[in-house]
Design a protein around this ligand. Structure first.
Ligand code: GDP
Ligand code: MG
Length: 348
């Protein structure tokens, strides 16, 4: 039947859903896909009611042109706004961290290169950012990467806050930047528009509190909520193999609460959460919505942007992981169809 439809396949090759429908039709059958056949099987249906939803911290990405001060800004926030009573900042690099401000409110920052967070993750269907801080050096122009960052945020429907950075510099000219922004239809509040902006010096920390206040203000308007009282689900931020500890994955809980001992499926990897650490390496027992944590215990390194979910049934998680791995293997074989003759020779 496949051949008659012009589909050249072998006995043990997996068919695309569309092809399956055609082939079944040839025999007078209609196909119903069961949930387990679909990738989406790993995403739990959202059945939260209004009462289940509680406020959660905003998740913020910092984007902008190279050398305009993204790293300085994130570093300043990381080093100064650390949880009250604990000494020292966060020293090691980590893809995401949560800070508590003096007023007790929390903000989660994604410290992945902004473009990755927006393109790679969005391409994989993971929209995780609530607010984008666009850093623009006030002693420079609105550069190509700045424009790109702005259009990424606009395309994703993520509100922006413009940080006009390096205002400590004698040649800083924030009005020049505001002017250039207005000519691309990004009108900041001071100029009568609706895009929040704040002059800052990431290097010296000037007005950083005011910037964070604006983040919180924006967050309030978004009314960000999630249900903490269910099994956790969220997104993988980064993962790697650590010499001493095995596979470690930094993940962001989007809803529910993740606990030590939970059985997790993340992309095509799975495993029991053996330990959970915050951005300072401090062990945690649980992590609720908007909280990033590093987990130990997965059987491999999932890909940034992979969704994760807790399973009650370990076997179910394993079987989906296996299925995904199989699908990926088959896909990679299929995409290798255009091998050179030389490579083909070696394979045969
Ligand atoms: P990134 O490429 O966007 O991450 O930019 P960096 O944070 O690495 O900053 C690039 C350079 O600008 C570094 O030499 C920083 O010290 C400097 N810089 C960043 N922010 C400020 C600022 O507010 N004032 C001044 N004077 N220099 C800054
Ligand atoms: Mg940088």
């Amino acid at each position: 039947a496949c051949f008659s439809l012009g589909v050249m396949v072998t006995m043990n090759q997996r068919l695309e859903a569309d092809t399956l429908l055609l082939v079944a039709d040839e025999f007078g059958y209609k196909i119903e896909f069961s949930d387990a056949d679909l990738e989406e099987s790993a995403i739990e249906e959202d059945t939260d009611t209004e009462e289940d939803l509680l406020p959660r911290a905003p998740i913020v990405t910092v984007m902008g042109h190279v050398d305009h001060g993204k790293t300085s800004l994130l570093d300043y926030i990381r080093k100064t706004n650390v949880i009250a009573g604990e000494s020292g900042g966060i020293t090691q690099h980590i893809g995401a961290y949560n800070v508590q401000l003096e007023n007790g409110q929390r903000i989660t920052f994604l410290d992945t290169p902004g473009h990755e967070a927006f393109t790679a993750m969005r391409a994989r269907g993971a929209q995780i950012t609530d607010i984008a801080i666009i850093v623009i050096a006030a002693d420079d122009d609105v550069m190509p990467q700045t424009k790109e960052a702005i259009s990424h945020a606009q395309a994703a429907g993520v509100p922006m806050i413009i940080a006009l950075n390096k205002v400590d510099k004698p040649n800083a000219n924030p009005d020049n930047v505001r002017q250039q922004l207005s000519s691309m239809n990004v009108l900041v509040e001071e100029w009568g528009g609706n895009v929040q902006s704040q002059e800052v010096s990431a290097k010296f920390g000037n007005n950083m509190d005011a910037l964070l206040d604006k983040v919180l203000l924006q967050a309030e308007m978004l009314e960000l909520k999630a249900n903490p009282n269910k099994n956790a689900q969220g997104v993988v931020i980064e993962a790697s193999l650590d010499k001493g500890r095995g596979y470690i994955s930094t993940i962001l809980v989007q809803s529910g609460t993740l606990k030590v001992g939970d059985y997790v499926l993340a992309g095509k990897n799975h495993g029991k959460v053996k330990a959970m650490l915050d951005e300072r390496g401090k062990p945690l027992e649980s992590a609720g919505p908007s909280i990033p944590v590093t987990i130990l215990g997965l059987d491999g390194a999932p890909t940034a942007g992979d969704k994760f979910r807790v399973f009650e049934d370990e076997r179910e998680a394993k079987s989906i992981a296996t299925k995904r791995e199989q699908l990926q293997r088959e896909q990679s074989i299929r995409t290798k169809k255009h091998l050179t003759l030389d490579e083909l020779g070696r394979r045969i």
